[in-house]
Ligand binder design. Structure first.
Ligand code: CU
Length: 156
């Protein structure tokens, strides 16, 4: 019985993965599963996450922009004592052959000044600008929060 339960879980998670997976390509750079967390009414900012896989020469993510927010910043996040701190960074280096994951609690895209709450199931275009590869527009899926800290609760 235990085995059967475990197997069902495995099949379900595989299905979830397929249902959510979407990816984009710009030259030798793959942009995997761009998503943002749904935000509460009145929440001023939200986080955007994706996976960057660079099969080409060294590159750098310079900036991002989206119509859903007044501005879009690139942020790093780290623990200082017991406080999570976010800092704006100039760009995110993408060394040749490396994968860099933008995820909660780490490097991320910050949507500052949201014009409306991001709702679970929404999609919006996000433009990414790379130093060498140029620009690409990806589709960001908005997903319900998974119990992480709310972006606004963290210090900038
Ligand atoms: Cu941030």
């Amino acid at each position: 019985m235990k085995f059967k339960f475990a197997l069902t879980g495995l099949v379900l998670s595989a299905f979830c993965f397929l249902a959510h997976a979407h990816s984009f390509k710009l030259g030798e750079i793959s942009i995997g599963h761009p998503y943002a967390r749904a935000t509460a009414a009145g929440q001023a900012s939200g986080g955007g996450y994706l996976k960057l896989e660079n099969k080409g020469p060294d590159d750098k993510l310079l900036s991002a922009s989206a119509d859903v927010a007044a501005s879009v910043e690139l942020h790093s996040m780290s623990m200082e004592g017991d406080v999570m701190r976010m800092r704006q960074v100039d760009g995110i280096a993408l060394p040749k052959g490396k994968t860099v994951e933008l995820k909660p609690g780490a490097l991320h895209i910050m949507l500052v000044g949201l014009k409306a709450p991001l709702k679970d199931g929404d999609k919006f275009p996000l433009k990414l600008r790379f130093e060498n590869a140029g620009e690409v527009i990806v589709t960001v899926n908005v997903e319900a929060g998974g119990g992480e800290l709310k972006h606004d609760m963290m210090k900038h």
